[in-house]
Every structure is written in C-alpha cells, then in structure tokens.
Design a binder for this molecule. Structure first.
Ligand SMILES: [Zn+2]
Length: 400
C-alpha cells in the first residue's frame, strides 16, 4: 500500500519518498513509493505529472491500493526527490472545486443532478439530469456560482464514519463503502470525492459556462474555471477586437453588422449567378452561330486557356440547350486540362459510349451521362483527345 498524502494536503509540490516497488512495462518504469502526493487520477480529474529525481513522470495511476508512477527510466537511488507539476495540478484544483460549486447550484436551483464530470485538455464537462437548458438559466447559474466564489468560503476535506455520513446532506451517494472522504464547501456542498481541491472558493477565480448540448442522458455543459476562463476570455477579446478593427465597427454593433454582411453576400451571390447565366447563354449562342455544320448538326470545337473549369462545364450545358448541337470544349490550366463533351437532347449520340476511349488519349479520368461527359487529363495531348472525339462524332453522324 502507498500512503495517499494528497488526501491531506493539495498544496505540497515537492517531497521525499522511498521507492518500495518497481517494475518495467513496455520500456517504461513504474514506481511505487512509500508515500505520495501525486494524484493518481479519478473522479473525472486526470492524474498529476511531474518529476522523480529529475525524470519525467508522465502518468500516475492506482491499482489494488498501490499508486504507480510511470517514468522513462529508473532512478539510481531508492530515496527520491519528487516534484509535482504545480501549474497542471492547480488548474485541475480550480476546475474540480469549480465543478462542485457548479453542480451544487444546479442541484439547488433546478434539481438537476450531476451524472458525470471530466476535466479535459481545454475545457471541463458535466452531464446533468435536465431536459433543457437555456441562456437565461446559464447566466443565473453563473451569477450564483461566482457570488459563492467571491464569498471566499472555506473548502474542507475529511473522512466520515457511518454516523457522521447519516447527518451530512450529501449531494450524491459515495461510490465506495469505506474510507469515505468528504469535500465540504462550507454550508453549500457536501460531496464524497477523492480529488484535490483549493482551500477557499476564492481561488477558483471564476466559473464560466461556455456552451451546452442536449444528449440522451440530459444536458452536457462545457465550462471553464480559473486561468482557463482567463485564457478563454483573452482569446475571445482578441477575436472581437480584430473583428471590430476589420469592419471598423463598435463592439456592440458587430453582430448586427456581420448579420447584414451575410445577408448582402447571399444577395450578391444570387446576382452573380444570374449575371453569369446570361453571359454563358450569350457566349454559347455565339459559339453555336460560328460553329461548323455536319449533317445538320452544329459542332462547337474550342480550346480555352486558364478558364475556371466551372465555366467550361456551364458552356457545355448551355450549348446543349440549343437544338442539334454538339460541344467539344477543352481548357488548359498549367499541369492539367479539362474536357467537356455535350450534346442537345435531339442528337442521338451517347457521349458516355465513347468518352472512355477519348480519355485514354490524354491520360484522363472522368465520366458522365449520355448527354454530357467531363474529365481531366494531360494538357499536351488535349487536342489529340478532342480530335479523336470529333472523328468519332462525325462517324456517328454519317451513320445516321
Ligand atoms: Zn469531486
């Protein structure tokens, strides 16, 4: 057994201990100490990290009452100096005590019970038994939680025997039968918990609910406490300031301004589409007018350079709207080339019947329907492929 000193004092960051057991697993060493202040993880709180004799402790975990410290190599001495990564530990303390307060207020205000809790890398989450949650409720909860923080209430931890347990207004039932440790936020919350906590609520700093979503178990809330909330605020302030600067707008008007821009953008896109359609229609008509006739069918044959591929596709589509037309359109764009072949509904030639053969000529890939096919391939052999298509089409026309 290892003595769990982290239960008694969450603020010890450096201590000496003796290695009482060691084992090598997957190239890493796992050390058991006679006593430890390293938190092994549990109850939603991740394990501590730190150093033993200057060697990195990447994880700590508990198994059958023993606490294993995972290190890259085995220390030379049995008596070792241990250091806990305090920044990480204090962050976990701020999140964890913050969660107890948040859960207590949700329980009191809405009878919403906390079903699960986890501290993750960026935020913490709780799932509460509540059907809905809204902005007003979130703000009410935040105000109450933070006013309890500013009261700077003492946070005490102690082990409770059966008799004591009967008297305590526990927020949740203990998950173990013996050595039940209580974390008490004076007069507010009594919870069985093995985690590390701050001494007074003031050290939580702030609790901010970031967002929430409905799940099949209730509502899952994402929140941040302490420094995490400060970093979150810092990042968001920067976003808003940059946005205001970009749009030369005051902060209070920014949402209205962006909404307007989104609406205007939709309108502009619509107008552009209409304009483009009329331009393509006009261009395709001119192409048909100047094209050559084979057996009463207009064959538009044209090679473009550096046009957007959507343009070529649109032209193929508009040419095919006319009667008795076939389009063979190529487009060279640097390392690649586009090819579109289309035909009017009254031309009885299956474009996809010969398109593969054409693709092979310019090492292309693509496909399509009996009326229209498109593909991409090598620009050097584009004209060869187009000529191949033209000769197949003329043969088909001759057979009609
Ligand atoms: Zn807890």
């Amino acid at each position: 057994m290892s003595e769990k000193f982290f239960y008694q004092d969450s603020y010890v960051t450096e201590f000496e201990a003796n290695i009482i057991e060691k084992r090598k697993i997957n190239k890493k060493w796992e050390l058991v100490l006679d006593k430890t202040y390293f938190y092994p993880g549990g109850g939603g709180q991740p394990s501590d990290t730190g150093l033993i004799e200057g060697i990195k402790v990447s994880k700590v975990y508990e198994e059958n009452g023993k606490i294993y410290h995972i290190v890259d190599k085995c220390p030379d001495r049995e008596r070792v100096n241990c250091q806990i990564d305090w920044e990480r530990r204090f962050d976990h303390m701020q999140q964890h005590t913050g969660q107890h307060l948040l859960s207590a207020v949700l329980e009191k205000k809405y009878k919403a019970h906390t079903e699960s809790f986890s501290i993750e890398e960026k935020s913490s989450h709780i799932t509460i038994t509540k059907d809905e949650f809204n902005k007003r409720e979130a703000f009410e909860v935040e105000k109450e939680v933070n006013s309890l923080i500013y009261k700077n209430l003492p946070v005490k931890t102690y082990f409770a025997d059966e008799q004591m347990l009967k008297k305590l207004p526990l927020r949740k039932q203990p998950q173990v039968d013996e050595n039940i440790r209580i974390v008490e936020i004076e007069g507010i919350d009594y919870s069985p918990c093995g985690g590390t906590h701050v001494k007074t609520t003031g050290e939580i700093g702030i609790v901010k609910i970031k967002r929430w979503e409905k799940t099949n178990k209730g509502v899952r809330l994402e929140f941040v406490s302490g420094f995490r909330a400060l970093y979150d605020y810092h990042r968001k302030s920067n976003y808003i300031n940059d946005l205001c600067h970009l749009l030369s707008e005051q902060e209070e008007n920014i949402l209205e301004r962006v909404s307007k821009l989104v609406e205007e953008n939709k309108e502009v896109k619509k107008e552009v589409t209409t304009l483009k359609e009329s331009i393509f229609l006009e261009e395709s008509k001119n192409l048909v007018k100047s094209s050559e006739l084979y057996g009463g069918i207009h064959i538009v044959y044209k090679v473009y350079e550096n046009r957007p591929p959507e343009d070529i596709k649109a032209l193929g589509k508009y040419i095919a709207v006319d009667s008795k037309c076939i389009a063979i359109l190529g487009n060279k764009r640097g390392e690649t080339a586009d090819l579109v072949i289309s035909r009017s509904s009254d031309v009885d030639i299956a474009v996809n019947g010969f398109f593969k053969e054409v693709l092979r000529v310019f090492d292309g890939k693509g496909g399509g329907s009996i009326c229209m096919c498109q593909g991409g391939g090598s620009p050097d052999k584009l004209e060869l492929a187009m000529d191949k298509a033209l000769s197949i089409i003329i043969d088909e026309i001759n057979k009609m």
